[in-house]
Design a protein around this ligand. Structure first.
Ligand code: FES
Length: 358
């Protein structure tokens, strides 16, 4: 992993999931500058169903609103989703209307589109990607993650291979709308899809519906995902996307330096986090001077623990698990001790196997 972009979904998918698309145009204005200068690679701003809601419920002109947002956020690329064969309604739309739709959105400042077809009519997807490319915007081909005997890693990879072969497609996008992509499945799916990319970047969009996606994002970062989709705090989590704040904090926890450079800095009766290559270890110095070293990865769902010098234990900041200095569980939700660090790495999970601490 060298560089990871973030794509903001606050104003499109965040409000779609949590507010039923009742965001009014003017509500964006007070935070527009912060979003525009935060460094996102793109802001997903609209889609055809959003136009319908803005007209029906807010009684606003969506084109005028789009121009207002473009003026308020002039720096960052705007993105829209578009189905390969429909806009606004669930029935089919004529190709000429679809073409006019994306061409008009480009005139109103759209810089990229993620193109999807839930039934994978790839000819139709390619046609629209070519139109988007010709209009001067980027097209991203999307696959929708699902679980079934049909949806194997190779099944997804075959479709990605075909999309990535189209010159008009600049990137591929894994859409996990239900938020059911587990870190374990990501470890096989993402490498299979990456094999098929022909060097094009891969983005990951996974909802927090059942709380898995923050962990899946860490795995994705490790597996070469180029961009993760997030939303800002008030419109993040739940059925929306992981919050930008927590994704950045989690990545910093995993990638940042340890608390001490050398275990010699740890006083008797104290603990500290030490970086060992790509891993972080929880190191405790007993009163007799000897050391206990465990993985710093909480065995609940994988946050990094920190030393609590008042209670003399390891605390997990995510959901409150506590571990004794030597790694045994003191408080749930974790039920397994911190892993020993001298374990052979489990080849399937790439993590140390768990077992009882001494
Ligand atoms: S990750 Fe949930 S308590 Fe640690």
């Amino acid at each position: 992993m060298t560089h990871i972009d973030l794509v903001d979904q606050t104003f499109r998918d965040g409000q779609q999931c949590l507010w039923g698309m009742r965001l009014r145009t003017g509500m964006v204005t007070p935070v527009a500058r912060e979003l525009d200068t935060a460094g996102y690679s793109a802001i997903d701003i609209t889609g055809s169903s959003m136009f319908e809601c803005v007209l029906r419920y807010s009684r606003e002109d969506p084109w005028e609103g789009l121009d207002h947002w473009r003026r308020a956020m002039p720096r960052t690329e705007f993105r829209s989703g578009v189905g390969s064969n429909r806009i606004v309604k669930f029935g089919l739309s004529p190709d000429a209307i679809l073409d006019l739709w994306v061409q008009t959105l480009v005139k109103h400042g759209m810089g990229s589109f993620w193109v999807y077809d839930c039934l994978y009519n790839l000819d139709q997807m390619k046609r629209l990607c070519d139109t988007i490319h010709a209009a001067g915007a980027k097209a991203l081909g999307a696959i929708f993650y699902g679980i079934s005997p049909v949806h194997t890693d190779e099944w997804f990879a075959q479709r990605v291979r075909q999309m990535a072969s189209w010159p008009s497609v600049s990137a591929i996008y894994v859409e996990d709308a239900p938020g059911i992509l587990t870190p374990e499945r990501a470890r096989t799916l993402i490498p299979a899809v990456r094999e098929a990319l022909r060097g094009k970047p891969l983005e990951l969009h996974s909802h927090t519906t059942i709380g898995l996606s923050p962990l899946t994002y860490l795995e994705g970062a490790d597996l070469g995902i180029a961009a993760l989709h997030v939303a800002c705090g008030p419109l993040a989590n739940g059925s929306s996307l992981p919050s930008a704040q927590s994704v950045v904090a989690n990545l910093a926890e995993y990638l940042g330096a340890g608390e001490v450079d050398n275990v010699d800095e740890i006083e008797p009766g104290e603990g500290a986090i030490v970086r060992r290559g790509l891993a972080k270890h929880a190191v405790y110095r007993r009163e007799d001077g000897s050391l206990v070293e465990r993985s710093a990865v909480c065995t609940h769902v994988g946050c990094i623990v920190h030393w609590n010098s008042f209670e003399k234990c390891w605390d997990c900041p995510c959901h409150g698990s506590q571990f004794a200095p030597e790694g045994n569980v003191l408080n749930a939700p974790a039920i397994r001790p911190l892993a020993k660090t001298d374990e052979a790495v489990d080849v399937e999970t790439k993590r140390p196997a768990f077992h009882e601490a001494d």
